[in-house]
Design a protein around this ligand. Structure first.
Ligand code: NAP
Length: 265
């Protein structure tokens, strides 16, 4: 098996939004980036994963696309097998893919179907993708292919902030935040750092449906830094981790939220 000369990163849900920003930054920093998304059509090049791939390549970077639904066991396995067989190394996993409820509903009315959908994609998917990848990383470390692999989880301020009109989102993010803690703990003996990045209010397609609401809240001072977060804000934080600058902080939560979590009086 040939081993890629560049470090290899998998970014889930990287066809748009925060994942797109992270994928571009990592490619800029020398990673060969595998752009994962649930929808990926090579014929569509003006948006989605193939747009991200083209943008990276135009800037001189290296990228590939792998279509997979992270909530599907067989898709997760196929994606990890592809990376293993094609590149022979696994340096960084960024668990970014996630979904919001299709409808924001009061927890007095919200459906069990929506709860199951969010828990499966936002919590179970990254939990078991990490299990597969972590085992590969441990094997590569033993073989001497990669010295310090790393794993990032993109969680949310919703892991510790109540929003009663999307309780299933908050619950799924609290679950994946605990998954990040568990993986940091378990992988400590192998020297594999695991960090959580907790975005605040970030301008992406996910939040475009509530833009007016958040425009108002930001104008009224809910954030210390009085602007929307951008995918690049997350990308720079993850890039610092990817470079090894935060390894001794394993298990921690880095909030990228313009001071959202600061207690203020
Ligand atoms: P986004 O704009 O909706 O992008 C998410 C990407 O993930 C989309 O391309 C989506 O594809 C993909 N995806 C959805 N389900 C998937 C699956 N099962 N398998 C693989 N890919 C899948 O969201 P974002 O705002 O960039 O959010 C990225 C992450 O940050 C999420 O985990 C989100 O919960 C978290 N976050 C975001 C904010 C924010 O303010 N934006 C705040 C806190 C946390 P489709 O579009 O085709 O579904």
């Amino acid at each position: 098996m040939a081993i890629a000369s560049s470090p290899v990163a998998l970014v889930t849900g990287a066809g748009q939004g925060i994942g797109r920003g992270i994928a571009r930054q990592l490619a800029n920093d020398g990673f060969l980036v595998v752009i994962n998304d649930v929808v990926a059509d090579p014929a569509v090049t003006d948006k989605g994963p193939y747009e991200v791939k083209a943008t990276i390549e135009k800037a001189g970077g290296k990228a590939g696309v792998f279509k997979a639904d992270i909530s599907s066991r067989s898709d997760r396995q196929a994606m990890v097998d592809y990376i293993e067989q094609t590149f022979g190394r696994f340096d960084l996993l960024v668990n970014n893919a996630g979904v919001a409820p299709k409808e924001r509903k009061d927890i007095l009315d919200a459906s069990e179907e929506s709860y199951d959908r969010l828990m499966t994609i936002n919590a179970k998917g990254p939990y078991f993708l990490t299990q597969l990848v972590a085992n590969k990383m441990i094997a590569h470390q033993k073989a001497g292919t990669v010295k310090t692999p790393r794993i990032a989880f993109i969680t949310s301020i919703s892991a510790y902030t109540s929003s009663t009109f999307r309780g299933e989102y908050c619950t799924s993010k609290a679950a994946v935040a605990m998954a990040a803690t568990l993986w940091a703990d378990r992988l400590g003996e192998f020297g594999i750092p695991v960090l959580q990045f907790s975005p605040g209010i970030i301008a992406t397609p996910m939040t475009s449906v509530v833009q007016a609401k958040y425009d108002k809240m930001i104008a009224e001072g809910i954030l210390v830094t009085r602007r929307w977060g951008q995918p690049e804000d997350l990308a720079l934080a993850v890039a610092a981790f990817a470079k090894g600058y935060l390894d001794y902080s394993t298990g921690n939560v880095i909030e990228v939220g313009g001071g959202f979590g600061m207690k203020r009086l």
